[in-house]
Write a new protein. Structure first.
Length: 123
């Protein structure tokens, strides 16, 4: 009984096909709009007194901004767009109360998503 020879380079061909398929999937991916919570420098100290989880945030606006800009750059590098949703220290507590939510990161994210969805209809 004779053995069939494996096709030379067949594993390379399979790898190339897989690479092409991956490239097509990446190209076919539609950019997404991602909401990011954002703060104004003047509001930041006041917001830290309002948030239930302020101890989880950087103590200064400059530190927070550096971290936020880094995350924004990562999102944009992946091909997505960022919409900045500014948290207002005067309206955020009331919004949380109406939604029966603590004034924390989850609530801020939920607000950002709601605002982004509303704005997406106007784009």
């Amino acid at each position: 009984m004779k053995r069939k020879k494996a096709a030379i380079g067949s594993s390379k061909t399979a790898a190339r096909l897989k690479d092409k398929q991956t490239q097509k999937q990446e190209m076919a991916r539609q950019p997404m709009l991602q909401a990011m919570v954002w703060y104004k420098e003047d509001d930041y100290p006041n917001l830290l007194t309002i948030f239930d989880d302020a101890d989880q945030l950087p103590p200064t606006f400059e530190e927070w901004l550096a971290r936020a800009e880094g995350k924004k750059a990562e999102v944009e590098a992946s091909g997505d767009q960022v919409i900045k949703v500014f948290i207002d220290p005067e309206t955020f507590p009331q919004w949380c109360q109406e939604k029966n939510l603590p004034k924390d990161a989850d609530a801020r994210s939920q607000l950002a998503i709601e605002v982004a969805k509303m704005q997406a209809f106007h784009l």
